[in-house]
Unconditional design. Structure first.
Length: 412
């Protein structure tokens, strides 16, 4: 038996280099990893996200990412022999009371289950997610940096716990409070602020003091320890405080924090490294996004300069006013209708770049695939679907007939 040539590859008896089979992970663990990145709490109330089919106890060795759960994507999943398909759009957005195989959606459920393939959906939670969501991926593909959400989601409510402890007990207490859920800021854990000072107290006659004697003023080197506490974890944290603090009556206080904006939310606003014309920006979008029949449409003067860019994957024209108040030069989104576009062009504000819905969300697929592979320590193979699920098949350009700017209606 030949030795592997590197951690992922080995030569077979014919001398061909082949990929080692991945050890895999239970579907439940894959779902947990996806939900850690694409928090279900970020989804709209009307959305239909999460696991559609699949046994959480079964192993997943390979995952295929696609925009839409169509028959063509199921064909590809079966051909590739994957165990799980992750799509952006839900299969069953409107409630159903059955999945008969002679119904188009029911047929897909049947085909997946017969082939032993699970289906997981991350939709509006993936739109809003920070860092590896649909809108971050779209902005990054277009070269838009320093992004913030166009419509930010409030960070989870937190409190700040302030507790005084003997200096020598401080680190142990930080460990205990962290284990109970305190001290998490973004991807950082065990966050604490510690300042050393002097605590003073007089133990009463009925007390049993850890330090000091009844009726005598004590001076003790103490740490003022401050940690952020998610409100949902506060009861656990206070239980840990009373369990681990050496004093029978620990001195502590809890302060309510006002809600801060998070990095999660709809759309993104950011800057290009250098200003370019609207025409060049549209050409860039056409070059970096998947080819679709619709291509890229622009509303606005093609020669105006753009630097501040708003993007929203999917149908995002409702964010036009936010893009305008943020002084964006252009909003790139999809499914923009006639009337909102006409009204937008009647007043000063961002130009509009309208791309295919499928194209605007596609950049998320390689990003989500890569982050899942890394989060699972390389135990699963990931792939991005090669099937274009954009429904439009033909676009007839009226070449040689210049649309001009603001002259379209005059051509009758
Ligand atoms: Zn969409």
């Amino acid at each position: 038996m030949a030795l592997p040539v590197n951690e992922d590859m080995y030569p077979d008896p014919q001398g061909n280099v082949r990929a080692l089979p991945r050890p895999g992970a239970p579907l439940a663990e894959v779902v947990a990893a996806l939900e850690a990145r694409y928090d279900p709490a970020l989804a709209e109330d009307w959305d239909a996200i999460g696991l559609v089919c699949g046994d959480p106890a079964e192993a997943v060795h390979s995952v295929l990412f696609a925009v839409d759960p169509t028959d063509a994507v199921v064909d590809e999943a079966i051909e590739r022999g994957v165990d799980l398909v992750v799509t952006h759009h839900p299969l069953l957005l409107t409630p159903v009371h059955g999945v008969p195989a002679d119904d188009p959606k029911g047929r897909i459920v049947h085909r997946l289950i017969r082939a032993g393939i699970g289906l997981f959906v991350a939709h509006t939670n993936a739109d809003r997610a920070a860092d590896h969501g649909v809108n971050d991926a779209l902005a990054a593909a277009l070269g838009v940096g320093n992004t913030v959400p166009l419509e930010s989601v409030g960070a989870p409510h937190t409190n700040t716990l302030v507790v005084f402890t003997p200096v020598e007990d401080s680190d142990r207490l930080v460990d205990a409070l962290s284990a109970a859920g305190a001290g998490v800021i973004g991807d950082y854990t065990r966050c604490a602020w510690q300042t050393v000072g002097t605590g003073t107290f007089i133990p009463g006659d009925e007390t049993n003091p850890a330090i000091g004697a009844h009726g005598r003023l004590e001076h003790v080197p103490e740490t003022r320890l401050e940690m952020v506490v998610p409100r949902a974890a506060q009861a656990d944290v206070l239980r840990a405080l009373h369990e681990w603090h050496p004093y029978e009556d620990p001195g502590y206080a809890v302060f309510e924090n006002s809600q801060t904006p998070s990095r999660a939310g709809l759309g993104r606003l950011g800057e290009l490294a250098h200003p370019i014309t609207l025409r060049e920006f549209a050409e860039r979008a056409a070059a970096v996004l998947p080819v679709t029949a619709a291509g890229v449409r622009v509303a606005g003067d093609p020669d105006r300069l753009v630097r501040t860019v708003a993007v929203c994957g999917g149908s995002g024209s409702s964010l036009y006013d936010r893009a305008a108040s943020a002084r964006a030069d252009v909003l790139l989104t999809s499914d923009v209708k006639h009337h909102p576009a006409v009204e937008a062009m009647e007043v000063p504000g961002p130009a509009i770049c309208d791309v295919a819905h499928f194209a605007s969300e596609w950049p998320w697929l390689p990003v989500a695939a890569d982050v899942l592979r890394r989060d699972l320590g390389g135990r699963v193979d990931v792939a991005v679907s090669k099937r274009r699920t954009d429904p439009w098949s033909l676009h007839v350009a009226q070449d040689g007939r210049d649309v001009g700017v603001g002259e379209g209606a005059a051509r009758g």
